[in-house]
Design a protein around this ligand. Structure first.
Ligand code: PSU
Ligand code: MN
Length: 299
């Protein structure tokens, strides 16, 4: 895959020196979190990566140019309400670049751009997967994990998805799935999705050893599944009620395609009075911290 990516000086220098770098995505900022909250999360994500001894590389497409490592003003632009940032999965990069447009990158496109830039570790919130009640709606995140050798740190799949089916697709794609300090596969807002994690690792050195070994056998990515911090986990009953309402809302409003995930997340955030927003923020920050630890262990 040859995708050209413009690197900030800081990211370019770190990569040239072999210092640890962690990629961060922009769709969770522009489409997953409300304006006002998203910029603060974006800055805290970068700070937590730095505190962990790595360089953050937030990825987005600005004016037709994929970028890794954004300035403060560029981060503001990505998070600004009404900035017209499209949601760009991997298939949308060609059109956005060819037509000179701007947009935020999903797990799929961020993984691919990170790899093209030479960045091996990427931290996000929750992956896209197979949708509940719509088994033909399969996020491109899964196919890209099977093809691109990036280590993705997430809290599993977003809990609004069909977890069993999504895990099966990762098995088909030969993607190792590692539970971090847990035997249970995490469920985004919940620590336990109800499914087992295929493997367990207990520290960043073990993750680094697995990733290094895996690269000797396969060109696929690795999923490191980190459960939401205990104190931030959502109440399961509240979660299940919001999910049922959200799915009903999709039917009523006839929502399809790439709008499904943002509409569901927005329903959680508004109907929970911000509880799910605090949970989302806590889990993304925890994943960025773990991403930095693993990037340090790999470097
Ligand atoms: N993690 C979050 N919030 C998000 C996402 C991840 O905490 O909004 C985004 C990611 O960019 C992921 C996308 O790739 O949701 C999945 O969208 P879809 O289901 O349409 O593929
Ligand atoms: Mn979809």
């Amino acid at each position: 895959m040859s995708l050209s990516v413009s690197l900030s000086d800081e990211v370019a220098d770190a990569l040239a020196d072999g210092r640890p770098v962690v990629a961060l995505e922009s769709t969770l900022l522009s489409h997953g979190l409300p304006p006002g909250r998203n910029l603060d999360v974006a800055r805290r994500l970068e700070r937590i990566v730095r505190d962990g001894g790595a360089v953050p590389a937030t990825i987005a497409v600005l004016d037709g140019r994929p970028r890794a490592g954004l300035s403060s003003a560029e981060l503001e632009r990505v998070c600004a309400p009404g900035a017209g940032m499209a949601k760009l999965s991997l298939r949308d990069l060609g059109p956005a670049v060819g037509l000179g447009l701007s947009g935020a990158t999903t797990v799929a496109s961020t993984s691919a751009l990170a790899h093209a830039a030479g960045i091996g570790v990427f931290a996000t919130g929750g992956l896209g997967g197979v949708h509940l009640g719509a088994p033909w709606d399969v996020s491109a995140d899964l196919g890209v994990l099977a093809k691109v050798p990036t280590l993705v740190v997430s809290s599993g799949f977003k809990s609004v998805l069909d977890i069993a089916a999504s895990l099966e697709v990762l098995e088909t794609g030969s993607v190792p799935v590692l539970g971090y300090r847990t035997d249970a596969f995490p469920g985004f807002y919940l620590r336990d999705s109800g499914f087992a994690a295929p493997w367990r690792v207990d520290d960043p050195a073990q993750v680094a050893a697995v990733v290094t070994a895996h690269r000797g056998y396969s060109g696929s990515g690795v999923l490191l599944a980190n459960p939401i911090p205990e104190e931030s986990e959502m109440d399961r009953e509240l979660h299940d009620r919001l999910l049922a309402e959200g799915l009903e809302l999709l039917r009523e409003r006839d929502v399809h395609g790439k709008e499904v995930t943002p509409v569901l997340l927005d329903h959680f955030h508004t109907a929970s009075g911000g509880i799910s927003l605090d949970a989302n923020e806590a889990l993304v920050l925890a994943n960025a911290r773990l991403g930095a630890e693993v990037a340090v262990a790999l470097s």
